[in-house]
Design a protein around this ligand. Structure first.
Ligand code: ATP
Ligand code: MG
Length: 132
């Protein structure tokens, strides 16, 4: 079943066409990589799919819904997540509070639920074995 689909997705920055009519679809459970030289438009494409910027033309569908102009925070709640090449923790917050941020803003959890999830010991034992 198609989960994510773009049709003729384009983004221009003044005269520069950064993403030019990209059409693709991704099925449930499928993993797809995007490769291309510097400046090819990979980050711009990810920004379009996650809603950080809006397209000049084209369409984005997620789980059958048209999300072309849906704001990023709503897409996050629908299940679209992303990471950045450079990761910056929020320095004024503790480790636990940094973990809570994603739970509150992407999942809509309350402070109490977010803290309980962030403090879940199973997560830490998994992290330790992964880092070992
Ligand atoms: N906000 C912006 N304003 C103007 N031009 C931009 C903007 N963002 C990206 N561009 C231009 O769009 C083109 C695509 O850039 P993009 O960052 O998407 O490429 P990339 O494939 O991610 O490159 P890299 O491999 O270096 O990360 C580049 O020419 C870039 O200069
Ligand atoms: Mg990039």
């Amino acid at each position: 079943m198609t989960k994510l689909k773009t049709t003729d997705l384009s983004r221009r920055f003044l005269g520069l066409v950064a993403v030019n009519k990209v059409s693709f679809s991704l099925d449930e459970g499928e993993i797809l990589g995007i490769i291309g030289p510097n400046g090819a438009g990979k980050t711009t494409f990810i920004n379009l799919v996650s809603g950080i910027i809006m397209p000049s033309e084209g369409k984005i569908e997620y789980k059958g819904h048209d999300i072309t102009y849906t704001p990023a925070h709503e897409r996050a709640r629908m299940g679209i997540g992303r990471t950045y090449q450079l990761i910056h923790p929020l320095e004024n917050l503790s480790l636990i509070e940094n973990v809570m941020v994603g739970s509150i803003f992407a999942r809509g959890n309350s402070l109490k639920v977010a803290r309980a999830k962030a403090e879940n010991r199973k997560s830490y034992s998994w992290t330790r074995s992964w880092r070992a």
